[in-house]
Ligand binder design. Sequence first.
Ligand code: ZN
Length: 136
Amino acid sequence: MPLTDETRQRLIAAAQAVRERAYAPYSRYPVGAALLIADGTIVTGCNVENSSYGATVCAERNAVFTAVGQGRRQFAAIAIVTANAGSPCGICRQVLYEFAPDIVVIMADAAGRVRHEGPLRDLLPLGFGPSDLAEA
Ligand SMILES: [Zn+2]
């Protein structure tokens, strides 16, 4: 499903807005993520850090887990907004791959300028997914 300019802008705006709610006192690297569901719904998440660093959860995973809890698993795109249009970490790439290997990933900076837009498969080649367990 190709993204329209209007949808892309709506997604980026949602990611910018939720980024304002990020809890990132340690990294000082707030992240906002907005997932586009196939039905047009947008589900957002921000990073939530913890003084026990390993308990931190990224914005992208918080968005995915919220969507799954709402019964939504058909993901078309995700916009990720950081100060420098940073790339999603490896764990988040893996979590996205579980549900949507073909999801479009958009990386934008705080002003909404897009640095990268492309399929997750480009970011996670030969990803491990549910089908790899099917023949076990
Ligand atoms: Zn991550």
